[in-house]
Structures are given as C-alpha cells and as structure tokens.
Design a protein around this ligand. Structure first.
Ligand SMILES: C[S@@+](CC[C@H](N)C(=O)[O-])C[C@H]1O[C@@H](n2cnc3c(N)ncnc32)[C@H](O)[C@@H]1O
Ligand code: SF4
Length: 449
C-alpha cells in the first residue's frame, strides 16, 4: 500500500461493533425503557448472555478494556454479589424462563474469580435460564492468573470455548506494556484446557504495540502457531490515552508509525495464512475446520460487541458494569463506574445509563455495515430490498465512495461494492460512508489500520 494512501485513510473511524455506535447512545433509553423492551420479547426467543467481570490482578498499560486492577478479593466479591442480583433483576423482567444459546464471560479477567465463585455463577444462571444443551459457553482467560483448579471448574460448568490473552511474547514489548507472560506459561494453560477437553481455543495477539517490529511480531506468531489454537485474533493496538490514562505510561516514541503498523499487519496476515489459517473479517484468523472460518465461508459470520462471532441470536443481554446489550428494539449500555453500577443494582434498579432505539434506517445501514465488515462486500440492492428500500437511495454515499474507488480500495459494479485485497484493512473507512451519525461529530476513535 502506498504511503500517502495510508496517511490519507488514517481516519479516526469506529470499529463498528454496533450501529449506531456507542458514542451515539443517549440518556433517553434508561432502565424503565429497557424493562419494557425485555418484557416485549417473544418467550421462545433464544438469547445470548455477556457477563462482564470488571477486574484484573494487574493493569496492562496498553489495555483499552473496562477494568480495574485489584490485589484484594473483597472488591471482586462485592461486584459478584451485584452481578448475581442483576441476573435476578433481568430474569424477573423477561416474559418467561428463556433459552440461552451463547454465554460469554469476558472482562477484565474472569480468571480473577475463585473457582468456587465461577461454579456459583453458572449454578445461578442455570437456575434462572435454560442453557441449551448445545449452547456455546466461552470464557476469556488471563493465563497469568489461570490455575488448574480454575480450568477444572470451567470444564465442570460446561465451558466449550476459551479465549487466551497473549498480545506479544517479546520481553521488551512485554516490559513496556507491563505484562510479563512467558510462552511456556501460556502453553501450560493451553495444555490444561486441552486436558479437560476444551479444544476450541482462541488466542489474542496485538500488532502496533510499543517497540514491536515485523520480525518480533513474526517470532510471536511462530510461538503462537506452535500452540495451534483454533482461532487467532490479531488486534491493532488502539492508543487512546485521552480515554485511558495508564496508556500515558507508554512512551509515544516507542509506538510504530502508520506505515510500520501496516507492514506488521500485512506480514502477520501472510504468515498466519502460510501457517494454515484463513482470514476471517478484519482481524480474526481461524483454522479451516473452525466454526468461525466455516461461518465466514457460508456467509453466516456476524459482528457484535465482542467482535466477529458465529452468534446469530437476536437478543444479547449484557450484565455487569459497562456491558452492552442488543435487542430488536435497540441498544442499551450499563453504567461503567463500578460503584454506581453496584448501588443501582442494590436499589433494585436496572443499571442502564445510555442506549438508543433503532429506526428502520438504522437497521438497514447496520445490515450494510455488518455485511461489509463480515464479507468484505455488499450488494446494496439485495440488502435494501430486505428493508423495503432500494440501492438507488444511496446515491450520496456512492458518490462519496469515488475517492476510495479511485485509490483502488473498493470496487464498484452498479450497486455492488467489493473491497480490493489491498483495501480490505481499510473496510471501516468504507463503512463510515454509510454511517449517517458520523458527521454529527460525537466520539473520537482510534486509527483505521
Ligand atoms: C479482556 S482482554 C482478554 C482477557 C484477559 N484480560 C487478558 O488480557 O489476558 C481482551 C483483549 O482485548 C485486546 N485489547 C486490550 N486493549 C487493547 C487495545 N488498547 N487495543 C487493541 N486491543 C486491545 C487484547 O488483545 C486483549 O487480549
Ligand atoms: S489486557 Fe486483559 S489482563 Fe490486561 S488489563 Fe486489560 S483486561 Fe486486564
């Protein structure tokens, strides 16, 4: 990719894990609106649950997640008490005892929980919901705090998939992000997971981290490939020190520039493909026999707040501080501040702070953006027809795309758009053309590449 193109399209564009995106959620959707939306759901609807554990043993300085470091267990215990209370609040507002298709425990680090508290959490979920026999139950692990007892508890509660945080194995990079985690430690945890029958394993890696180079990243990827995870997520480090103060601890001059980030992304992608993985969407790779690779192949890939997923459940209920939910009526976001989250739940109030009701136009644009993000192409006529509209209504957007077309980032054939191979990493810039909220200026995002 030409240097000037990288510069020109180094736009500050959203990650499009929802549409409208989170900066456009507002206070008009509160707990009362959410309670009404929950009550309107059809009792037979299959539901996905996301539970956010907002604590970690230690803060990584590159971290962009909603989490807090704690050395003590008491704050985690208080938080879990609130999370249990929120499960009851939600279950009490649903029209029936509903079926769970997916359960995902994320964070933060769910591995801060004691194994007995993980068991208690799942026992409670099974009391209030019907977990479908073939449900996917997944957990994010920080290998540095994962014990054999924890893995045993995961197997006992029915976990089917684990996501292991790695980022990079280079000691200089690890030092600079305050995350020391050796490859043997990581391999040992993966061995435990497999020993307990949890073979579906994702590994998170990052490019664009401080002091990373193409060759150090490829060394990390070689170590990762030797552990043979079924999926690898390769995220571009998002440096947002105006939102996360701890990122100021990372020296600015240690960060790879746009051109270097691009080179890292390209080299990593090539290396992963040579290693037998297929690219899925923007930042995921999977072995061809993995469900995510197969969903990408069959056009069944989806995107939600966790990124790319096989999850097609129409309802996602988010629990825990900062969790986001998606219902047919719109999006809801929980209180981010842990203390306020706990006090809301203590008072018996659904801890929703912001949200947005979706319009027909939002749903149409969301479908276009999701298809671009998941398939790297979209037929505007086909998608618009599903919403009683036509590709003709996007004349403004199509003319705005001409610069991206001229730069060979996207190809247009009538109302059909296809990302070029070299343009794929810039797909978010194409999605942004269909985002009718973007011009309103709310929010500030990280780099597109
Ligand atoms: C909740 S963490 C994963 C589980 C566990 N906390 C851990 O780190 O091992 C989610 C993932 O988000 C990614 N991530 C965190 N901060 C990021 C940032 N600033 N930019 C890009 N990716 C980031 C990392 O790859 C991380 O593994
Ligand atoms: S990257 Fe993971 S372990 Fe590190 S602070 Fe963020 S959530 Fe916690």
């Amino acid at each position: 990719m030409e240097n000037d193109l990288i510069e020109r399209y180094d736009l500050r564009v959203p990650r499009y894990t929802s549409y409208p995106t989170a900066p456009h959620f507002g206070p008009s959707v509160d707990g009362a609106v959410y309670a009404k939306w929950l009550g309107e759901l059809k009792p037979e609807t299959e539901v996905s649950l996301y539970l956010h554990i907002a604590y970690c043993a230690q803060m990584c300085w590159f971290c962009g997640c909603h989490t807090k470091a704690t050395k003590r267990y008491a704050p985690v215990q208080r938080y879990m008490k609130a999370l249990h209370a929120e499960i009851d609040l939600i279950a009490g507002r649903l029209p029936a005892r509903m079926k769970l298709r997916h359960v995902h425990l994320g964070g933060g680090s769910p591995t801060v929980l004691k194994p007995k508290d993980l068991r208690h959490l799942f026992a409670h979920l099974r009391e209030r919901f019907d977990v479908l026999p073939d449900a996917e139950i997944s957990i994010e692990l920080d290998p540095r705090t994962t014990t054999l007892d924890y893995v045993k508890a995961m197997a006992d509660v029915g976990v089917t998939r684990a996501s292991v945080g790695v980022q990079d194995f280079d000691p200089l990079v690890q030092n600079t992000i305050n995350r020391i985690q050796s490859a043997p430690l990581t391999a040992r945890v993966i061995g435990w997971l497999r020993g307990y029958g949890i073979d579906a394993i994702n590994m998170d890696l990052c490019y664009g981290l401080p002091y990373q180079t193409v060759s150090s990243l490829l060394e990390t990827i070689d170590l990762a490939l030797a552990m043979a995870p079924s999926r690898i997520a390769l995220f571009g480090y998002a440096h947002v020190p105006w939102m996360k103060r701890h990122m100021r601890l990372i020296p600015l001059d240690s960060l790879p520039d746009m051109r270097e980030r691009w080179a890292q992304h390209e080299a990593a992608e090539r290396h992963l493909k040579q290693g037998g993985y297929v690219a899925v969407g923007l930042d995921h790779f999977a072995r061809p026999d993995d469900a995510l690779a197969q969903a990408a192949q069959s056009g069944d890939l989806h995107r939600n707040f966790q990124g790319y997923t096989t999850d097609d459940a129409p309802v996602l209920i988010g629990l825990g501080a900062s969790a986001i939910g998606s219902l047919p009526q719109g999006y809801v976001a929980n209180e981010v501040a842990i203390e306020r989250y706990i006090s809301d739940v203590d008072e018996g109030v659904l801890p929703i702070k912001r949200g947005v009701a979706v319009t027909q136009d939002d749903c149409l644009r969301r479908a276009i953006i999701e298809q671009l993000m998941c398939r790297m192409e979209v037929d505007l006529d086909e998608v618009a027809a599903r919403f009683g509209s036509s590709g003709e209504s996007f004349a403004r957007e199509l003319s705005a795309l001409s610069a991206l077309e001229a730069d060979h980032i996207v190809r247009r054939d009538g109302h059909r758009l296809v990302m070029t191979d070299e343009g794929k990493p810039l797909v978010r810039a194409v999605c942004a053309v269909f985002d009718s909220y973007l011009s309103s200026g709310a929010g500030r995002h990280s780099a597109a590449v």
